[in-house]
Write a protein that binds this ligand. Structure first.
Ligand code: SAM
Length: 234
């Protein structure tokens, strides 16, 4: 018999990622990926964030709410290893873990008090609607360990070159003027990490992902990725 504890959600993420495909595999990989963490009552009192704005980065502890229905696994095949090797769940950062708890170190850009309390974050790997259970300041003096080794996750993998067709460049520039979102930069940061699942890397098809209200479509040839179109969702 295991012990059960009950924890409370302190807030929810509003992010540009509404689907898993395309969401960065780790925080910090797409520095332009912004999100807001909206705190909810009774955890949204102003004094609870007093002093937090002095920190450039924070740890966000959250729930992988969109995989709960799939259940947890004892082993998984990390995409970094090409999907060929299994590792124990405790040796990975996979969402399919008992308790479905995630941990991301993200940039804290500022705290917005305009309506409630919202932390404006960047470099996120979090889906829209993610429930958050804790926030802690990131402390480089204790959280960054020079002597740490990266295990299997340190294995090199090929990054993609990203280029855009002219119409896609035009769309991104107009979108940035309208919304302030550096869309071309954001797409580049995501695609250079090759979000395709290993099993789909041999396919010559067009891939698509949604960012904010934009559908992005691209093709990959060898180590180069071409963004063919960006369109507002209808
Ligand atoms: N940095 C965190 C960690 O190490 O615990 C997350 C790493 S996990 C490999 C990142 C992936 O989790 C993203 O690419 C996305 O597919 C998935 N993800 C993010 N938010 C999620 C959520 N709320 N529910 C389910 N999956 C989520």
């Amino acid at each position: 018999m295991t012990d059960k504890v009950s924890i409370e959600v302190i807030g929810y993420i509003k992010s540009c990622f509404s689907e898993k495909f395309g969401t960065p595999r780790q925080s910090g990989l797409a520095p332009s990926a912004e999100a807001r963490l909206r705190l909810v009552e009774p955890f949204n009192r102003r004094e609870m964030v007093r002093g937090l704005e002095e920190f450039s980065h924070v740890w966000i502890q959250f729930l992988f709410h969109q995989v709960r229905a799939e259940g947890w696994k004892t082993t998984v095949r990390p995409p970094r290893l090409g999907g060929n090797e299994r590792k124990g769940i405790w040796a990975t950062r996979s969402p399919h873990r008992p308790n479905f708890m995630g941990l991301s170190a993200v940039q804290l850009k500022h705290i917005d008090f305009d309506s409630g309390v919202e932390l404006v974050l960047a470099g996120v790997d979090l889906l829209d609607g993610t429930p958050v259970v804790d926030i802690k300041p990131y402390l480089p003096s204790s959280d960054s360990l020079d002597e740490a080794s990266e295990g299997w996750a340190g294995r090199a993998f090929e990054k993609l070159e990203v280029e855009f067709l002219p119409a896609a460049v035009q769309f991104c520039s107009a979108y940035e003027n309208e919304t302030g979102v550096p869309l071309q930069q954001l797409i580049t940061e995501i695609l250079k990490e090759d979000p395709r699942p290993p099993a789909q890397r041999q396919k010559k098809e067009t891939f698509g992902m949604r960012l904010y209200d934009v559908n992005v479509r691209w093709q990959v040839r060898a180590a180069s990725c071409r963004v063919r179109s960006c369109e507002k969702v209808g």
